[in-house]
Design a protein around this ligand. Structure first.
Ligand code: NAP
Length: 316
C-alpha cells in the first residue's frame, strides 16, 4: 500500500475539515492536519494527526517539512472574508500570497507536490462561467492575493503543482467563526428573519464532499496544472437560497431578492462567475452531486451529527 504522506494546512476550515475526514477514512494515506490553533477545532480530527502551523511562519513550515516529509501539501489555509481582506490588506497578503511562496519554496526543495486552493474571484465576472485558461482580472484585494498565491504555487517545481479553483463552498464543518451560505440561510429562516439574496450574483455552488473527492482524484491521477472543481449548476444566489429553503423544509417567504450594488460593501464582487468543470469531468471523472442531491446529503449529515446516529451516507 502506497501510504502517501499528505499535509493539510487550514485543516480547521470549511474545506479542510472535509478533507481531513475523507483522507482519514482511507488507509492509503498518512495524514498530518495543521491549523492555527494548538488543538484541532473538531473532535473528528485526532490530536495525534494534528499539529499547529501558521503558514505565514517560514521556519514553522521548514520544521514540519523536516519532521513529516510530505509528498503532497493541500493548502486550504487562507484569509477568506472578502471585506476583511479589503480592510486588512497586509494580513491578507501575508496569508494568501506570501505564505504560498513559503510553501512553494519548501515543496520545491523537497520535490513535494503542492495543491493550492483558489477562487472564481480571480475573474472580473463580466462573462462567466469560466474555464481554466480564461484570463484572470480580479476586482478586489482578496482576488488579487489569491491570484498572487496561484502564481507563487507555479514555482513549486516542474510538474509539482496543481491549482484548484472553486466558488461558494458549503458543507458540514463545525465550530467555524463564520457561517457558510447554506447555514446562514437556514439559521435566518429558522428564526423567521428576513434575508436579502442577490439576483445578480451568479455562481456554481460547491459542496465540500464533491471538492474533497475531486482533490483525492487529483492526487490519485497525479494531475498537475489548473483545475476547476465546483458544482455544475449555474444559478444566482437568490435561486440558491430558495433551493436551500426547499431542501431544508423552511419557509422561503423570508428570502427577498436584492441587487448587489444596493449594498455598500468594502470589496467589489464579480457578478457573473461560476466555473466550467468539463476538464475535471473528462480527466478526473469528477462527478459532483446535483445541488438538490448535495443539499439532501448535507441535511442527513447535519441530522446525524445532532442525533449521534451513524451518518446515512448512501451517496459516499
Ligand atoms: N469559502 C468559499 O466560498 C470559497 C470560495 C472560493 C475559494 N475558496 C478557497 O478555498 C480554500 C478553502 O476555503 P474555506 O472555505 O475552507 O475557508 P475557511 O473556512 O476560511 O478556512 C481557511 C482556514 O485557514 C486558516 N488560516 C487563516 N490564516 C492562517 C494562517 N496564517 N496559518 C494557518 N491557517 C490559517 C483559517 O483559520 P481560522 O479559522 O482560525 O481563521 C481557516 O481555518 C481557500 O483557499 C479559499 O480561498 C473558498
Amino acid at each position: 500500500m502506497a501510504n502517501e504522506r499528505i499535509l493539510i494546512t487550514g485543516a480547521d476550515g470549511l474545506l479542510g475539515q472535509e478533507l481531513v475526514q475523507k483522507l482519514g477514512e482511507r488507509d492509503s494515506y498518512k495524514l498530518l492536519a495543521t491549523g492555527r490553533e494548538a488543538a484541532p477545532r473538531t473532535e473528528d480530527t485526532p490530536q495525534d494527526d494534528y499539529e499547529k502551523l501558521d503558514v505565514c511562519q517560514a521556519d514553522e513550515i521548514q520544521r514540519i517539512f523536516a519532521d513529516f516529509s510530505p509528498e503532497y501539501v493541500i493548502n486550504c489555509a487562507a484569509m477568506t472574508a472578502v471585506d476583511a481582506c479589503e480592510n486588512n490588506r497586509d494580513e491578507c497578503w501575508r496569508v494568501n500570497a506570501q505564505a504560498v511562496e513559503h510553501l512553494a519554496k519548501a515543496c520545491h526543495s523537497r520535490g513535494t507536490h503542492l495543491i493550492q486552493l483558489s477562487t472564481d474571484f480571480v475573474f472580473n465576472g463580466k462573462n462567466g462561467p469560466y474555464r481554466e485558461n480564461d484570463r484572470p482580472e480580479p476586482l478586489n484585494f482578496y482576488g488579487k492575493t489569491k491570484l498572487a498565491g496561484e502564481n507563487a504555487a507555479r514555482t513549486a517545481g516542474v510538474g509539482k503543482w496543481t491549482i484548484v479553483r472553486t466558488n461558494v463552498i458549503y458543507g458540514a464543518a463545525t465550530g467555524l467563526p463564520r457561517m457558510d451560505f447554506v447555514e446562514w440561510v437556514c439559521d435566518n429562516l429558522q428564526n423567521n428573519k428576513i434575508i436579502g439574496a442577490y439576483t445578480d450574483q451568479w455562481r456554481t455552488p460547491s459542496y465540500t464532499h464533491d471538492l474533497a473527492l475531486g482533490i483525492l482524484r487529483i492526487i490519485h491521477f497525479q494531475k498537475t496544472g489548473v483545475y476547476n472543481l465546483s458544482g455544475r449548476e449555474l444559478m444566482n444566489m437568490y435561486d440558491f437560497a430558495l433551493t436551500i429553503a426547499q431542501a431544508f423544509d423552511l419557509d422561503s417567504k423570508f428570502i427577498k431578492p436584492v441587487l448587489q450594488n444596493s449594498d455598500n460593501q468594502p470589496a467589489r464582487r464579480p457578478k457573473h462567475t461560476g466555473l466550467i468543470t468539463l476538464k475535471a469531468e473528462t480527466e478526473l471523472d469528477y462527478r459532483p452531486l446535483s445541488i438538490k442531491a448535495a443539499l439532501a446529503h448535507l441535511r442527513l449529515r447535519k441530522k446525524s451529527a445532532r442525533t449521534g446516529h451513524p451518518p446515512v451516507d448512501a451517496w459516499c
